[in-house]
Write a protein that binds this ligand. Structure first.
Ligand SMILES: Cc1cc2nc3c(=O)[nH]c(=O)nc-3n(C[C@H](O)[C@H](O)[C@H](O)COP(=O)(O)OP(=O)(O)OC[C@H]3O[C@@H](n4cnc5c(N)ncnc54)[C@H](O)[C@@H]3O)c2cc1C
Length: 427
């Protein structure tokens, strides 16, 4: 029976890169995916444009990977964001930089990133099988032996790389199949949770949809824990939806909402929005008073819309107990100061996150404590490797997750390849 050098299970960014990198070393590689196409999640990533990596220094990259970012120092020492940029440019996919260092293909087509990776896999000594679902991973004593397919067929290999992703957006094939195989090998799988996911709120102004579609640009969002302490603040854009909050900063805060809910055993979590993060309350007060003074006989509701999103005004007036038909001359000082305070810390109670299936990323996964960071090899079974989102590593949106998938995939493939092509030289 044929024994492959390396079997890669999963043809997302991590598995494609692992197959390419093992193939580059001359290893005899088999790449299996249960879907009818490779890279299905990659093809819809970044709104179909694929935010493939981020051009910021490594220290900054690590800060943007709140789920075990420090583990990534080692894989990044072998293959990092700049290597990803060169890799794609060598394959004819030029990348461009957008805001906050985000890198996209110049042609804005995620599909071209998928196709380039497949071309690279095909350049190596690799065989690809789609519509081939792996049912189990076979182990013999302290070694991996191969895989068992849903069809009942067994395939043998010297190394197996598990690159089956997490549990998010399961229609792309990521249905969490790998966790049980990891546990069977003796690995610990940390609690799975949704991250980079919209937030649900039962606030009346969300439920009545009065803010639906409102986007606040360059604001900050802060998560407050059950003891009243600030947990995290993110700056950027916030979007009100029919069920709660979305947009980059809501996604970034989502994992902290989940954790505060869990740790405090509470249902609702307080968030505050600073609508003018670069201004102190006193400066806002002065600026608004000057604006009102220019038309002292006009109702404040007809003037403040010049500086504050109009749809927010009725809610702010109500919360500050400030009558909207007041004029500059009749402005109650205390209520106006309260109004200004609300601009600096507008409270929104959220009541959870959307589901793990709807999340951009799965938090938790195969514990990194039992993975060699310089090779991505399992510390439990020889010949077994992990890469990508199956691991307990997760980044914010901004290209960090695909970066982790490509970096860990490259390292896993390289070392699985080295294990068979030059077994004495795997470090
Ligand atoms: C809508 C969306 C947009 C995103 N946009 C971005 C972005 O722009 N930038 C960014 O950095 N991150 C983005 N992400 C996150 C990023 O796409 C993932 O983190 C990344 O795809 C994970 O790669 P992976 O290779 O580990 O797993 P996946 O991409 O999930 O691939 C896993 C593969 O394994 C296969 N598989 C699963 N089980 C089996 C089995 N039993 N047998 C055989 N094959 C199996 C699946 O079919 C699938 O092809 C986005 C995520 C979503 C959902």
């Amino acid at each position: 029976m044929k024994v492959y050098d390396v079997i890669v299970v999963g043809g997302g960014p991590s598995g494609l890169m692992a197959a390419a990198s093992a193939g580059m070393l001359g290893a005899n590689v088999l790449l299996l995916d249960k879907g009818n196409k490779l890279g299905r999640k990659l093809a819809i990533s970044g709104g179909g444009r694929c935010n493939v990596t981020n051009r910021i220094p490594i220290e900054e990259m690590i800060k943007n990977i709140p789920g075990n970012g420090r583990f990534m120092y080692s894989p990044f020492a072998t293959f990092n964001n700049e290597d990803i940029i060169s890799f794609f440019e060598q394959l004819g996919i030029a990348l461009k930089e957008e805001d906050r260092g985000r890198m996209f293909p110049v042609n804005n087509k995620a599909k071209s990133v998928v196709d380039a990776l497949i071309r690279k896999v095909n350049e190596g000594n690799a065989e690809i099988k789609v519509n081939t679902s792996v049912k189990d991973v076979l182990y013999k004593e302290d070694r991996v032996e191969g895989v068992l397919l849903e069809s009942g067929e067994q395939l043998l290999a010297k190394s197996v790389i598990l690159a089956v992703g997490g549990k998010s957006v399961p229609h792309t094939g990521s249905t969490g199949d790998g966790y049980a195989w990891a546990e069977k090998a003796g690995h610990h799988v940390t609690e799975l949770f949704p991250t980079e996911v919209p937030l649900i709120s039962e606030e009346p102004f969300i439920q009545d949809r009065s803010l639906q579609g409102l986007a606040l640009r360059e604001v900050t969002l802060t998560v407050i824990n059950h003891k009243g302490k600030k947990v995290i603040t993110h700056d950027g854009d916030l979007l009100f939806t029919h069920f709660g909050l979305s947009g980059p900063i809501a996604l970034r805060c989502s994992q902290f909402v989940y954790k505060v809910q869990k740790q405090g055993d509470v249902n609702d979590v307080l968030l505050t929005v600073d609508i003018f993060p670069s201004l102190a309350a006193a400066d806002i007060e002065q600026e608004l008073l000057e604006l009102l003074k220019q038309q002292p006989h006009k109702m404040i509701k007809n003037i403040l819309g010049q500086r504050i999103p109009e749809r927010l005004l009725p809610i702010l007036f109500e919360k500050a107990k400030l009558a909207e038909d007041r004029t500059f001359h009749e402005l109650p000082k205390k209520a106006f100061q309260q109004f200004v305070q609300l601009l600096k810390a507008f409270p929104i109670r959220v009541h959870g996150t959307r589901s793990i299936e709807e999340a951009f990323v799965t938090g938790g996964g195969v514990s990194v404590k039992e993975i060699q960071p310089n090779t991505m090899a399992s510390k439990k079974k020889q010949g077994l490797y992990f890469c990508g989102e199956i691991l307990d590593i997760h980044g914010y949106t901004g290209g960090y997750n695909i970066t982790c998938a490509l970096s860990t995939g490259f390292v896993a493939g390289r070392h699985a390849g080295l294990e068979v092509t030059s077994p004495l030289n795997t470090n």
